[in-house]
Design a protein around this ligand. Sequence first.
Ligand code: SAH
Length: 244
Amino acid sequence: MTGSVIIAGLGPGDPRLVTPEVTAALAQATDILGYIPYVARIAPRPGLTLHPSDNREELARARAALTLAAAGRHAVIVSSGDPGVFAMASAVFEALEDRPDWQALDIRVLPGITAMLAAAAAAGAPLGHDFCAINLSDNLKPFALIEARVRAAAGADFAMAFYNPRSASRPEGFGRVLAILRDTCTPDRLITFARAVSTPDQTITTVTLNDARPEMADMRTVVLVGNATTRRVGRFVYTPRSAE
Ligand code: SAH
């Protein structure tokens, strides 16, 4: 029997935002691997083995899934949001680099709704013009690179989505990022803090850069920074499609 590895995105939280393609893959799986809170979103059933693991073990998790597939199992690695956005898909391809024998396996990436798109929809259309996504975690890159990218993106007037903005182990970084924005942007720049989007805990708060504080973000928050034209209309925030 030929096994498979599917890297699937579970969306931002609401079960209605899991795609039918991902639901079908989960129903066929023999094994589900992923970070503990993501595997917790999968209902147990006979014939399905759940393999929750810690979030610093991504390469080991990828190799475990590929090993299961090589033995004929149907492994699904789950990520929140989209598996290609600061998530497991890259780890699987990295694990393939030194294992030509695994490269012929049936491997597929199934997209999901990433946090910034669910957050933007909840707020209105703050990413309606050119934008970029930046991971503020310095687990896998130096903080100087994060600062350089934020400065470059703000200088080019991109709207921005910040993932992993602030954690208990990295309380300082987001304050430094806000300081860069204050250097580059006027104080009326709109910033949306979108927390636990599409879950019962969802909160969406839009403030000006002047009023933004580091404590407004945590690890369940994606932060959307508008460009120079981003504005409010009624209760919504949007970025016009024209740059004028
Ligand atoms: N692959 C995921 C991102 C993983 S990184 C995706 O595509 O969404 C984890 C970060 O994603 C969190 O720190 C937070 O910034 C963001 N995030 C994930 N789910 C979220 C949600 N429901 N609401 C707000 N932010 C979320």
